[in-house]
Design a protein around this ligand. Structure first.
Ligand SMILES: Cc1cc2nc3c(=O)[nH]c(=O)nc-3n(C[C@H](O)[C@H](O)[C@H](O)COP(=O)(O)OP(=O)(O)OC[C@H]3O[C@@H](n4cnc5c(N)ncnc54)[C@H](O)[C@@H]3O)c2cc1C
Length: 340
């Protein structure tokens, strides 16, 4: 175990060939952890195809990475579970970091358990906080029992210590143009013929207009109270007036009113916007697990006993078909007044 040193972030790229926000947040968090570990190296593992790698290295350097371990291979052009986990495991086995952090995104949630299982180590998934305890161990905190308790989990006997962390719960640092990360290319042998799954085409299953819910600062979410797919139109009006995105509870996704990419909750996405407006959502623990770290929660529900009111910052007891259009109109009018 003593051979393992340093804190790694496995970087995720966006389809636009940028570093995902959560990876930059994790580099910043790794800097904080490093200070508590006598300045252990903050490294980033970047797995990429033959795209232009310079903008990615610049972003990671400005985020505060001290070293970038670069694996470039045409087979890593697109994310593939098998090839990415093989490349990451080989890189970790070569360099022996003590801590490995990954964003709790769809990709990260797919990749991290594969790596931890292959390396026979522990993984704390979906964390909201990271620290170093008195023994110098990673103390990874995550909600449990549907968000009613916070558990801090240690990995005492295996290395690396691994955690996935929810996007937007940890702050990003301002870019530091004076930092210059060293780059080390790693030689990893990837044999695509050994891979069982071949990716032929990537389709965007999310047909929703506007920004993605995981990036939105304001989310208007609809639940079964919205009644049908048509009902979401009034939420889209409110989202448009506020510059937000529309999300849904699982009940709506199961009913086919919205796509799965809009689902918030335990089996959907975890979001952390500045404002989350829950319309006709009862507040089941599986839904709360995906949104209860939002800064401000506004609940609109006709049932005053609905559990959503227990987590809401502000509550409106009423019929959403009256409240939401009134709210939208008031916001549009106030915008008009402001611009005058
Ligand atoms: C393993 C597992 C995983 C799950 N994962 C998820 C998940 O990821 N995300 C998720 O959301 N759920 C998830 N669920 C389902 C979850 O338990 C709930 O069933 C679901 O969240 C309920 O959705 P809802 O609040 O939209 O519907 P309901 O619970 O039916 O609530 C509808 C609400 O709308 C209100 N309402 C009705 N009409 C109006 C009106 N006109 N105006 C105002 N209010 C109105 C009602 O008072 C009620 O509170 C999961 C369940 C399990 C077992």
């Amino acid at each position: 175990m003593s051979e393992h040193k340093g804190i790694w972030v496995i970087a995720e790229k966006t389809p636009e060939n940028q570093i995902a926000g959560v990876s930059l947040e994790l580099v910043n968090a790794a800097k904080g952890l490093s200070q508590k570990l006598s300045g252990e190296e903050v490294g980033v593992l970047l797995l990429t195809g033959n795209d232009d790698v310079e903008p990615l290295l610049k972003e990671l350097s400005e985020a505060g990475a001290q070293k970038v371990y670069l694996v470039r291979d045409e087979n890593l052009e697109r994310y593939s579970t098998e090839l990415y986990s093989k490349a990451a495991c080989d890189a970790i086995t070569q360099k022996k970091p003590s801590i490995v952090l990954i964003g709790a995104t769809t990709t990260g949630r797919d990749l991290a358990p594969r790596i931890s299982a292959r390396l026979n180590t522990g993984l704390t998934a979906d964390c909201t906080g990271l620290d170093i305890n008195e023994q110098g161990l990673l103390a990874a905190t995550r909600p449990t029992f549907g968000g009613n308790l916070m558990a801090t989990i240690l990995c005492k006997t295996c290395r690396p210590q691994m955690a996935t962390v929810r996007p937007k719960v940890l702050p990003k640092a301002e870019p530091d143009t004076s930092n210059s990360a060293r780059v080390e290319k790693l030689d990893i042998n990837l044999d695509p013929s050994a891979i069982k799954v071949k990716i032929l085409e990537c389709l965007n299953a999310c047909q929703s207009a506007g920004c993605k819910i995981e990036d939105a600062e304001i989310i208007i979410a609809g639940g079964r109270g919205i009644k049908n797919a048509e009902g979401f139109k009034i939420l889209e009006g409110l989202a448009e007036s506020l510059g937000g995105a529309v999300a849904a509870s699982r009940a709506c996704v199961d009913a086919g009113w919205r796509g799965h990419c809009d689902q918030v909750g335990q089996t959907g996405k975890t979001v952390c916007p500045k404002i989350y407006i829950a319309c006709g959502i009862s507040g089941a623990i599986q839904h709360l697990a995906g949104m209860n770290s939002s800064d401000i929660i506004i609940a609109i529900n006709k049932d005053p006993e609905a559990p959503i009111f227990q987590v809401a910052t502000y509550g409106i007891v009423g019929d959403l078909f009256e409240v939401v259009p009134a709210l939208t109109e008031a916001i549009r009018n106030s915008r008009l007044t402001c611009s005058c």
